[in-house]
Design a protein around this ligand. Structure first.
Ligand SMILES: C[S@@+](CC[C@H](N)C(=O)[O-])C[C@H]1O[C@@H](n2cnc3c(N)ncnc32)[C@H](O)[C@@H]1O
Length: 321
């Protein structure tokens, strides 16, 4: 079977199991999958209400195909909700042979407003690799400013920044032009209906910046990125903007058509939608944030145990390593 049994750089309409079956072993360096969560979400074609065992059996089949089409140094990112996160992680690691590098929690502040339980404000992003000794992880492509540098102005801070934590946060202040004042209900951890970047036709659209971090960290320019569940096409759009090759699958004729239109409207090198990092929402300190290094820094306050019997945590906190 040739590697291009499916044409690269486009979305293919159909069932991802059939479509991936046409790809040669080891075709892709990165797979990102955001499957239906089996929670009764209203897609135009797919019925998101399988019996639990059927959903798990189906998940095992498509994840096995992902494993097969990934290169030996390949990476698989899986987005999943609470309902099946634990079971799919066990399937991926214990039964299919993936190694979990990180269990990322994606926290978003505008969650469902629940009345009799805590409102959900997160989804799970599993970072799996095929071979824990051989995988792509581009540290320098995803560094973020450290508190040591940004808040404390500490000269010992790595000027290139630090690796992000495994909780990824999306707040209104991080997408200042994205949220409308009445945007306090967000059905799902996706692109809110009031976000400007929302394409407006798929309820599960993910923010481009989230896929940007995943694709930048886990693939190289020219690598092949596969998304079995295209949706609104975010993975494919970001892969194209970042100079990766890509293959998308999407069951729905209508969604696939809209993805094609989205892909046709962008070019490699285009900027990703949304604010890249929460630079503007770092907490203020007594010294204020010192983004402008020409501004002289106020001398750091020193505590004497006798004169300051109860310093606050913040005032005594040492910058994290
Ligand atoms: C959660 S959405 C993906 C959203 C996407 N990550 C985005 O940012 O727009 C899941 C998509 O998978 C599609 N789908 C469901 N079953 C499928 C299958 N067997 N093969 C291919 N696509 C499928 C649905 O139509 C839906 O558009």
């Amino acid at each position: 079977m040739s590697a291009n049994a499916l044409t690269l750089d486009r979305v293919h309409r159909g069932d991802c199991l059939d479509l991936m079956g046409r790809l040669a072993d080891g075709t892709a360096q990165l797979a990102f999958a955001d499957p239906p969560f089996n929670i009764g979400y209203d897609y135009d074609t797919y019925d998101d209400r399988l019996a639990a065992n059927d959903y798990l059996a189906w998940s095992k089949r498509w994840m096995a195909e992902v494993h097969r089409v990934l290169a030996a140094n390949g990476t698989f990112w899986l987005a999943i909700g609470d309902e099946y996160a634990a079971e799919l992680k066990v399937l991926a690691t214990r039964e299919l042979g993936f190694t979990c590098r990180s269990w990322v929690v994606w926290y978003y502040t505008f969650g469902v407003n629940c009345k009799q339980k805590f409102s959900r404000s997160h989804a799970h992003l599993f970072h799996f690799v095929k071979d824990p000794t051989n995988f792509t992880f581009n540290v320098d492509a995803i560094r973020v400013p450290s508190a040591r540098e940004l808040v404390y102005g500490d000269k010992r801070a790595n000027a290139k920044g630090r690796l992000p934590d495994d909780t990824w946060i999306l707040r209104p202040q991080d997408l200042p032009e994205g949220f409308a004042a009445d945007g306090d209900t967000w059905y799902f951890p996706r692109v809110c209906g009031t976000f400007k970047e929302r394409s407006g036709w798929h309820g599960c659209q993910m923010p481009e910046q989230l896929l940007g971090r995943i694709i930048r960290s886990s693939s190289l320019p020219g690598d092949v990125v596969i998304d079995p569940f295209g949706g609104s096409g975010t993975t494919l759009a970001v892969a194209k903007k970042l100079g990766r090759r890509f293959v998308g699958c999407e069951l729905s004729e209508q969604y696939a058509q809209r993805i094609e239109e989205r892909l046709a409207s962008i070019e490699p090198g285009d900027p990703l939608d949304g604010a890249p990092e929460p630079l503007k929402s770092a907490p203020a300190t007594a010294d204020g944030r010192r983004l402008d290094r020409s501004t002289p820094r106020r001398p750091r306050r020193r505590f004497k145990a006798t004169s300051d019997p109860q310093p606050t945590l913040f005032e005594t906190e040492k910058p994290a390593r």
